[in-house]
Design a protein around this ligand. Structure first.
Ligand SMILES: C[S@@+](CC[C@H](N)C(=O)[O-])C[C@H]1O[C@@H](n2cnc3c(N)ncnc32)[C@H](O)[C@@H]1O
Length: 495
């Protein structure tokens, strides 16, 4: 059975069998599994649409494997998956094919290994086939200076990219080949963030993509410790064609991504507005809370709003005998965090958790009347973009039930223990999912758990503002993080 661990063993065998000189000439420093997994975890959870993943300079496919492991786990769910892996070193092709084919069979994905020089392929694709076809990119490109007049320098220039290193040439080409909205996760040296030689590249990148997240490995040599790579390495997440919003900055000591610290900064703290060199700063300190900065807009407590928040009353191990895997007569829906993991309610869900709870004298007091509620998950993983993931559980989803069960890993917003007006529930979810709330919570909490008490302490907008947010949300299809943040910023300006 294929899994990243298997691929990681192969990586160690392949890497130790190659000479230092060969590895160095091709910039062949393959990504260890912990880093690959961390990188794959940064992609936004997907629930639909086709995926066309590019892995340029794929080595034996460690990065694609980490991405595909998330697909196998159901965290990334696509209608179809197509992977294109470019690798110059033909002696790695059999391993790369073997790895990708194994995932391909498991996931019904199409896989393609392309030999030769990636820069040449990319420039040709851009010039002659229009390019712009990839939805996702995961990459650890080779690092090597490219001199003025060299083939790579001239090729990159063909697509408007002026750059001095192969890694920025790779990243620039990938940016050029992505569809709008496409997400790129790349592990690269930090050197492009400053210095005049990289200015044209910074401009190329910042003009075409939103810089969403920078992760810094603080210990300079730890990300590739087995290969003694001494460059300071960062991971960036970019989104093509998206409006620039605030930037998430995280840092860990080494490749295990343990000791992860996370901050959210407005873009002008990362690239200063008056800096024509476009230096990219990586501020490792707390940002100010925009909720406090705009106290007038967020001056209501939950109590003022007549809204309560409680921990999901159903503690499953205490009521075990009354839980049922499938809905059945005499039972009502029991909602766990997994029913809301994508941000949308999915019930019944295929998982190891029950979907239903029987109504009787022992359980009734732990159930809530059917209604519309806003919920948040109490626990998130460190890799998740936000500490709070809020969703709406609409009354209309359960037309035939009088009661609902909420499991203890959820927080539930209610009005006098009953449901909320639909627009208010949506408005609350939008507000809770904003970067401003995330930033506010991170100021004082180093851990990922957000309990009802934390939610009670938050400042909230007025009911009128929440209703307007909710009505806006209900008119939208998919809502992006930038869309949410722009709407919350409007509230700040309106007061
Ligand atoms: C830093 S390694 C990363 C390998 C793999 N992505 C990983 O993370 O384990 C870069 C890879 O790019 C390949 N490479 C170097 N120059 C290339 C080029 N011009 N076109 C395509 N691949 C190239 C190397 O052979 C090497 O496998």
């Amino acid at each position: 059975m294929i899994h990243l661990d298997t691929v990681d063993k192969l990586r160690q065998q392949v890497a130790s069998a190659r000479s230092r000189a060969l590895k160095s000439s091709l910039g062949q420093f393959m990504t260890p599994s912990a880093t690959a997994q961390f990188m794959a975890s940064l992609f936004t959870a997907a629930t639909h649409g086709p995926c066309h993943l590019i892995d340029p300079g794929a080595g034996i496919g460690s990065l694609s494997s980490a991405f595909l492991d998330r697909c196998v786990a159901g965290e990334l769910a696509f209608e179809s998956i197509h992977i294109t892996a470019y690798e110059y070193d033909a002696s790695l092709h059999s391993h790369l094919r073997q790895v990708l084919t194994a995932y391909g069979e498991k996931l019904g994905a199409e896989t393609e290994v392309v030999g030769g020089d990636f820069i040449e392929h990319a420039v040709n694709a851009r010039q002659f086939n229009g390019g712009s076809r990839f939805t996702h990119a995961i990459m650890n490109p080779p690092y090597k200076k490219i001199n003025t007049g060299s083939r790579h320098r001239l090729l990159a220039r063909e697509i408007g990219l002026e750059t001095v290193n192969l890694y920025t040439a790779f990243l620039g080409c990938v940016i050029a080949l992505m569809q709008d909205g496409g997400e790129i996760v790349a592990i690269i040296p930090r050197s492009f963030c400053n210095g005049p030689y990289y200015r044209p590249f910074r401009q190329f990148m910042l003009h075409r993509t939103a810089l969403c997240h920078i992760h810094l490995f603080k210990a300079r040599d730890k990300a590739f410790k087995e290969d003694n790579v001494l460059q300071e390495t960062i991971v960036v997440r970019l989104r093509k064609g998206e409006t620039q919003g605030s930037v998430k900055i995280s840092a860990s000591e080494d490749d295990t991504s343990a000791d992860l610290e996370t901050y959210v900064h407005p873009f002008d703290k990362v690239v200063f507005p008056d800096d024509d060199q476009l230096f990219i700063h990586i501020p490792l300190a707390e940002a100010e809370s925009s909720l406090i900065g705009a106290a007038d807009a967020f001056s209501f407590s939950l109590e003022d709003l007549g809204i309560g928040v409680c921990t999901g009353p159903v503690v499953d191990f205490r009521l075990k005998e009354h839980l049922r895997m499938q809905p059945e007569s005499g039972g009502v829906p029991l909602l766990y965090a997994n029913h809301l993991s994508t941000g949308e309610l999915v019930w019944p869900a295929e998982s190891k958790k029950p979907n239903s709870i029987v109504v009787n004298n022992e359980t009734r007091k732990w159930l809530m009347p059917n209604g519309t509620y806003t919920t948040t998950r109490r626990f998130s993983s460190k890799e998740e973009r936000r500490r709070v993931v809020a969703s709406v559980v609409p009354q209309a989803a359960f037309p035939t039930y009088a009661l609902l069960g909420f499991e203890n890993h959820l927080n539930v917003f209610h009005r006098r223990k009953g449901g909320l007006p639909l627009a208010l529930a949506h408005g609350l979810a939008i507000y809770l999912n904003s970067t401003a709330v995330d930033q506010h919570l991170r100021r004082f909490s180093g851990h990922t758990q957000v309990n009802a008490t934390d939610l009670r302490k938050l400042p909230y907008p007025s009911e009128k503002a929440l209703l307007a947010l909710g009505e806006w949300a209900m008119r939208q299809g998919a809502i992006t993080q930038n869309g949410i943040d722009a709407k919350i910023a409007e509230l700040t300006r309106e007061t």
